[in-house]
Ligand binder design. Structure first.
Ligand code: FAD
Ligand code: NAI
Length: 466
């Protein structure tokens, strides 16, 4: 007899493990399968966590170079990259063990192996020793995430031609690094290696970085990154990437027809990620995919097969850990007969560079495109006392509010701790706040959050400190 479960979750990333825990909390007998021995998915093993660890260490290193200016004399600074990598691996280990503990605590049965459908109610789990276990399930939730995309004909070797995974594990600091794509991964990993000593070149197809971000913020972001030493090649299309024993050669052409060549020790290709469904055997059971290879679901995360659902990076929407988590909770609640729901209009996004960049809601470009009348409030960190006191006065807060109702429609921040500040605005927007609500809310002094209050005041041109 096969083990039988109410629900099987394939994938233990932030979508899968959160979903499995919520299902178990709701009283359903739950299995969670992952081909990785350590649960936590891309996010914990090769994504959010290791990248934020390296961003933090490299930022400390870069700040320490300037300690002398503020009166702290520490002598010659040295980098021990292997210790840095060990420290990063320790963070991954601690957090993945934490997820394993939570699954166990909630009585979720974790299986290590590749999950694939034998039928819509039968799942095979093949582990690395090639031993197969079969389980029966009433419902299945596919949370198999995504994988990096390369350029046509180029394979990642993770030594010279890197995806984010290779860029998180280099064993020496490259003298020169070329990054293709000025999105989340390119700019976070570019910041890491630039701070650790690499000459970083970013080649971007468009005429601006971070597509989709409010353009004013994006332009300011690029200005700041340039000052930090990152070199940008915009409007540039990569044509070939060749490698030999000592270097990688990238040929690209600019929009104006100019041809360019850059040589470097390594190249990071960060031009996006695609849904990963390779080993699930979806064809056999007839689960429909969309044109981009993502699993097609309805508003309740249900595929065209009635007992199979999908969430996270493997479906449409922003490829973000917290989006996957929200969907994980929602689908668990829907399967249990509750009213699960995700508000896609209010999903924050954060880039963990220095300064951080964070946003929630609509950009100015989107409001214009949708013919929405809006007011803009702005406040620079140069006028924020906390930012001035600690000498981190870069960036600004931008608030967009409906001209008629004053409801906040979008908030965009580039500045210190923007990733934490955005939470206040996310909550405010969930409650339908107006800019006046925020302007009349008491904010502690001296804090970075006062810049948010001032940006709200600035919507009616009544800011005090600028
Ligand atoms: P995943 O986390 O990808 O998990 C899917 C899991 O399913 C994997 O463990 C995989 O091994 C497993 N799997 C796949 N197929 C099978 C199968 N057939 N059988 C068994 N197991 C299978 N997002 C943020 O919000 N903030 C960040 O700071 C951030 N930083 C990132 C940094 C990097 C370098 C990268 C690459 C991504 C980052 N992301 C970040 C994105 C984030 O990691 C993803 O959005 C998130 O992990 C998606 O969660 P998921 O549960 O859908 O899938
Ligand atoms: P991305 O979609 O963020 O950026 C890709 C960039 O590459 C874009 O600027 C695009 O215009 C450019 N591009 C595409 N094709 C190109 C080409 N042929 N030549 C030159 N440029 C090209 O993708 P990225 O950085 O790979 O990240 C994938 C996803 O992972 C992100 O979209 C995000 O969802 C997630 N992520 C989130 C993070 C966070 O929340 N802090 C951090 C890292 C990743």
């Amino acid at each position: 007899m096969f083990d039988k479960f109410d629900v099987t979750v394939i994938g233990s990333g932030p979508g899968g493990y959160v979903c499995a825990i919520r299902l178990a909390q709701l009283g359903l007998k739950t299995a969670c399968i992952d081909s990785r021995t350590k649960p936590g998915g891309t996010c914990l093993n090769i994504g959010c966590i290791p990248s934020k660890n390296l961003l933090n260490i490299s930022e400390n290193f870069s700040k320490a170079k300037n300690f002398e200016k503020s009166g702290i004399e520490i002598g010659e600074l040295k980098l021990n990259l292997s210790k840095i990598m060990q420290n990063k691996d320790k963070a991954i280990d601690t957090l993945t063990k934490g997820v394993a503990f939570l699954l166990k605590k909630n009585k979720v049965t974790f299986f290590n192996g590749v999950g694939s459908f034998k039928s819509k109610n039968t799942i095979s789990i093949l582990n690395s020793n090639k031993s197969e276990k079969i389980i029966q399930t009433n419902n299945t939730i596919i949370c198999t995430g995504s994988e990096p995309v390369s350029l046509p004909g180029i394979n990642f070797d993770e030594k010279k031609i890197l995806s984010s995974t290779g860029a998180l594990s280099l064993n020496s600091v490259p003298k020169k690094m070329i990054i293709i794509g000025a999105g989340y991964i390119g700019l976070e990993m570019g910041s890491v290696w630039s701070r650790l000593g690499s000459e970083v070149h970013v080649v971007e197809f468009l005429d601006h970085i971070t597509p989709g971000m409010d353009r004013e913020i994006s332009d300011e972001f690029m200005k700041i990154l340039k000052k930090q030493g990152i070199i940008f090649h915009l409007n540039s299309k990569v044509e070939t990437i060749k490698k030999n024993d000592s270097e990688v050669i990238v040929n690209f052409s600019e929009k104006n027809g100019n041809k360019n060549t850059l040589n470097s020790d390594v190249v990071l290709i960060s031009v996006g990620r695609r849904a990963y469904t390779d080993k699930l055997n979806l064809k056999k059971i007839g689960v429909n995919l969309d044109q981009k290879g993502r699993i097609k679901v309805d508003k309740n995360f249900k595929t065209n097969i009635s007992n199979i659902y999908a969430i996270g990076d493997v479906i449409d929407g922003p490829m973000l850990a917290h989006k996957a988590e929200e969907e994980g909770i929602a689908v668990a609640e829907l399967i249990s007969g509750k009213a699960g729901h995700v508000n896609y209009d209010i999903i924050p996004g954060v880039i963990y560079t220095s300064p951080e960049v964070a946003s929630v809601g609509k950009t100015e470009e989107q409001l214009k495109k949708n013919n929405v009348n809006y007011k803009v409030g702005k406040f620079p960190f140069t006028a924020n006392s906390r930012a001035k006191a600690i000498d981190e006065p870069l960036g600004f807060v931008k608030m967009l509010a409906d001209s008629k109702t004053d409801r906040v429609l979008g908030v965009h921040i580039i500045g210190p701790h923007a990733g934490e500040l955005i939470a206040e605005m996310t909550l405010a927007m969930e409650f339908g706040a107006s800019s006046e609500d925020i302007a009349r809310t008491c904010h502690a002094h001296p804090t970075f959050s006062e810049a948010i209050k001032e940006s709200a005041l600035s919507v009616e041109k009544r800011q005090i400190h600028s």
